[in-house]
Ligand binder design. Structure first.
Ligand code: ARG
Length: 272
């Protein structure tokens, strides 16, 4: 898995509602300590961590889930699809991940140049655990049409989900696939059709309460192994549900990153 060092992380502009009022407000030392603890937590559960260095002038690079969509085809081919970032401030981040995946020997492809629309990688595009099936959030950062083309080209089905609430501007803020049968969601971020699709594909759907989802990014949690769940500290009701469902909760402090509209899930990138 991949992390990006927070050397240049700050809130320098506002591109989502969570960033409002936080320009210049990040405590760099706390942010570093929180990132170090996140990395240590992944290493403790046996994950091998690679790091792409954060770059000056690219304060959101630390959210390294957004610049690519790594894949493994059923035929065993590994690759990464490059994002087309919606925010102009974030566009130059992508090339750093292209270079990383090229150096790992991956097939790296961009979106077709004649295809209009933005795409923010694993901010909006989430693999269904254990299947070659993609959940595709759209409405704020990613355009729906991008998924049709990607799915056709790569041979995977896409289940599109319209995002309805600007606080939940990426799919990974409101849908967290925990294992093949279990998802954690914030229902208020979806329309009825989207919720029905989620319920049709996950036998167990845990619902985070509004405060924990909106303010603590409960659904931006991550299960690296289908057993542990890494989540922002203080999601009391969500944690009780997770434990009841048999998961081992690992609480982490990401509040410096919450100021920028991100938490655990978007601070890492899983690849094969
Ligand atoms: N400030 C970043 C942005 O608005 C935060 C991205 C967080 N990523 C995520 N997948 N939720 O783009």
């Amino acid at each position: 898995m991949l992390l990006t060092s927070p050397d240049h992380f700050e809130v320098a502009y506002v591109i989502n509602p969570h960033m409002e009022g936080h320009i210049g407000d990040v405590d760099a030392e706390r942010a570093r300590a929180q990132w170090d603890a996140l990395r240590a937590a992944y290493e403790r559960v046996g994950m091998e961590v690679s790091v792409v260095a954060g770059q000056p002038g690219l304060p959101d690079m630390v959210f390294c889930a957004n610049q690519t969509l790594p894949y493994l085809t059923p035929g065993g081919q590994r690759g990464a699809i490059l994002s087309r970032m919606h925010a102009p401030q974030r566009k130059p981040e992508v090339e750093h991940y292209a270079r990383f995946f090229e150096s790992e020997g991956y097939e790296v492809t961009g979106l077709d140049p004649d295809l209009p629309g933005d795409f923010e990688g694993m901010g909006d595009a989430l693999w269904h655990p254990g299947r070659y099936l993609l959940w595709g959030g759209y409405g704020y950062r990613t355009d729906r049409g991008v998924y049709d083309r990607l799915g056709d080209k790569m041979g995977f089905p896409v289940l599109p989900l319209h995002l309805e609430d600007p606080d939940f501007y990426h799919l990974d803020t409101c849908l967290c696939p925990l294992d093949e049968h279990t998802a954690l969601v914030y229902p208020g971020a979806f329309d009825d059709e989207g919720l029905a699709t989620i319920r049709a594909h996950f036998a167990r759907v845990l619902e985070a309460p509004e405060h924990e989802a909106r303010d603590l990014f409960a659904c931006n949690a991550h299960s690296p192994d289908g057993r542990h769940v890494f989540i922002q500290r203080g999601c009391t009701e969500t944690n009780a549900m997770l434990r009841e469902a048999g998961f081992e909760v690992v609480e982490l402090d990401t509040d410096e990153y919450l100021k920028s509209g991100g938490s655990v899930f978007c601070m890492k990138l899983m690849y094969w």
